[in-house]
Design a protein around this ligand. Structure first.
Ligand SMILES: [Mg+2]
Length: 167
């Protein structure tokens, strides 16, 4: 069984994910996190390169949907600007949001990948839902004790994950 704390793959950022390579391995849709994956927290504009990357993903025939734990007031305008469907208040790491997102794209979890920047929400949720899991580095460090705690707890897990490779 796969380790629930480990992503399938890591990238420095979303623009380093190759949509055509995902499509070639049978992935037909991607569930996208927002904060620190597509843009920084509370930023209404996508990070540099994200618009071009979304076009590349669409060009590779991939369906796309946003799944965020953030509120609809935050997620809806952002998703609307990018022309993406969305699920807000996603309650990650519970798998329900991931499964709803798959259903929305009319895909099974096996045909779906998820991209996000946090182990304790994105990675665990993707694992529980059975979708292919890509973890990206957060675009920028977050303020606040809760985020600092989560990042601190991620560090030894990611170190162990990196040591484990190559299998
Ligand atoms: Mg995030």
């Amino acid at each position: 069984m796969k380790n629930p704390f480990y992503p399938d793959e890591r990238r420095r950022g979303i623009t380093e994910i190759d949509p055509a390579a995902l499509a070639a391995r049978g992935i037909r849709g991607i569930i996208l996190d927002v904060d620190n994956t597509l843009t920084t927290h509370d930023n209404p504009h996508p990070a540099p390169g994200v618009l071009e990357w979304l076009e590349k993903a669409r060009g590779a025939g991939l369906r796309l949907i946003i799944l965020s734990n953030n509120r609809p007031e935050r997620v809806s305008p952002f998703a609307g600007m990018l022309g993406l469907a969305f699920e807000a208040d996603g309650k990650k790491p519970l798998p329900g949001g991931f499964l709803r997102a798959c259903a929305h794209m009319d895909l099974s979890p096996r045909e779906t990948a998820a991209v996000g920047d946090q182990i304790f929400t994105d990675v665990i949720g993707a694992r529980l839902a059975g979708v292919f899991c890509l973890m990206v580095d957060p675009i920028e460090p977050e303020p606040g004790w809760f985020f600092r705690l989560k990042r601190r707890l991620e560090r030894p897990i990611l170190r162990a994950y990196e040591r484990r490779k190559p299998q």
